[in-house]
Design a binder for this molecule. Structure first.
Ligand code: GLU
Length: 458
């Protein structure tokens, strides 16, 4: 294999989601595996929808995942600029060159005409495509003062390309119609910009979602017309959301930022998305390990479903692997919480859940209104007081203390089961669920337990 150069080319028009993370990851792993370069290119030609905030969020998300790029808008590189909005001149020059070579032409068809054409084609049950009307227009016939768009003259041929995932793919170019490469606003169309950039940036392998397969014949034709070398294409099957539609910006809950805020660790995301259409083996693997195992010919051809339960279980594992000190730093707690974290981390699937478990131990219980109502019930106060008295009566906690205390309260109050245990849990933690009561007692100790129980016994 020659020099490997891959790219991740997101549009800054929304937050990155898990599908994007997988595309970025595979490009990263393939570059690392082959001692190549991983390029970040920002595809911001859609000026109306691209924002600086989304661009910054892309950097944040990739950094957080550890997918460090070798060239990009922020760090530069020998093939820049890496932001498409800074490359418009290049696209315009190349479009003019195609016109002068007779491979492209200006089209002045109005929007109305194109809509009528589309409607007529739809009525006749035909796929919509431009009818190439302006192809042979003489320059003298051009309407004055109208910029027009630039269309590519699609040659009639069978377009063949080898896809690393799907094998040899073939398309009949007659299904295409002459397509727009430059809008009337002078901004390059996606297919044109991508082809010029991939060629100029010496991209060797394109790894991207299946949704771009239909663009690829157009791109291959453009590479050929421009006399540029075609990269090797690899289209990975789309990732389906729980509603069985491809994961997209609509599935906001699976944005990387959203998952980070919920307390997912980057290791869990990386490992979960690595398993979408690939099987590198079991367990949490680091980026180095994953890149050692990566190979395009092991990627699956069929769509993979994203399973939230699986992501949670990776996150649980990732939390277990982290030291309590690392976890306390990640949660912004001081490292004195480390002991508590060690005791509780096995019960949490996300950092958010871990925080919820920790909160009552750190700040004391803060029961909500439902919990307070329950604590105010007669039997609750009775149980709480009996338990406090029993605790007062012993000098310290021993292994078997909890069982003895509960038995004592049962005998003294006649309460049992939920009516006995829930008031105690609520008084000690403020929450209906959480760590086993025996462990709660161990974690906060006798003194603190007495103090908390006193708050609710009258
Ligand atoms: N900007 C395109 C996207 O967001 C990238 C397509 C490509 O990888 O060629 O889908």
């Amino acid at each position: 294999m020659g020099i490997v150069r891959t790219r991740f080319a997101p549009s800054p028009t929304g937050p990155l989601h898990l599908g994007n993370a997988r595309t970025a990851l595979f490009n990263y792993l393939f570059a690392r595996r082959n001692n190549g370069s991983f390029i970040l290119r920002i595809e911001d030609t859609d000026r109306a929808r691209s924002t600086d905030e989304f661009e910054r969020a892309i950097y944040d998300d990739l950094m957080w995942l550890g997918l460090v790029w070798d060239e990009g808008p922020d760090i530069g590189g020998a093939f820049g600029p890496y932001r498409q909005s800074e490359r418009l001149k290049l696209y315009a020059e190349e479009a003019e060159r195609l016109i002068s070579e007779g491979k492209a032409y200006r089209c002045y068809c109005t929007r109305e005409r194109l809509e009528e054409l589309k409607a007529a084609q739809a009525a006749a049950g035909k796929p919509s495509r431009y009818d190439n009307r302006c192809r042979d227009l003489k320059p003298v016939d051009a309407p004055p003062g109208v910029p027009g768009v630039i269309r590519f003259k699609v040659p009639v041929k069978e377009v063949l390309f080898m896809d690393g995932v799907h094998g040899l793919l073939s398309f009949d170019s007659r299904t295409l119609g002459d397509f727009v490469i430059m809008g009337s606003d002078g901004i390059a169309a996606y297919n044109f910009a991508v082809v010029l950039d991939d060629a100029r940036m010496a991209v060797s392998h394109v790894i991207r979602g299946d949704d771009h397969i239909s663009n690829t014949p157009r791109q291959v034709l453009l590479f050929e017309a421009l006399g540029l070398k075609t990269p090797l294409f690899n289209h990975v099957p789309l990732v389906m959301g729980p509603d069985k539609t491809p994961l997209s910006k609509r599935h906001g809950e699976f944005s990387l930022k959203g998952l980070r805020d919920e307390g997912y660790l980057p290791e869990a995301i990386v490992n979960a998305v690595a398993r979408l259409g690939w099987n590198p083996g079991e367990g949490i693997m680091g980026l180095d390990e994953l890149s050692d195992a990566f190979s395009i010919d092991k990627l699956s051809k069929s769509a993979s479903g994203f399973d939230e339960g699986r992501l949670k279980s990776y996150n649980k594992d990732a939390i277990q692997i982290k030291s309590s000190k690392e976890l306390s730093i990640l949660m912004g707690l001081n490292t004195e919480a480390a002991g508590l974290i060690d005791a509780l981390k096995g019960n949490a699937s996300t950092l958010r859940e871990l925080e919820t478990l920790l909160r009552p131990f750190i700040t004391g219980p803060s029961p909500g209104s439902t919990e307070s109502d329950e604590l105010n019930q007669e039997h609750a106060k009775k149980v709480i007081k009996a338990f406090r008295l029993a605790l007062d009566a012993i000098p310290g906690l021993k292994e078997e203390s909890y069982k003895d205390l509960v038995e004592g309260v049962k005998a003294a109050t006649g309460e049992k089961g939920r009516r006995l245990l829930m008031p105690l849990r609520l008084a000690l933690t403020g929450m209906h669920e959480g760590v086993e009561l025996a462990n709660v007692l161990k974690l906060i100790g006798r003194e603190e337990a007495i103090k908390r129980l006193r708050r609710f016994e009258n």
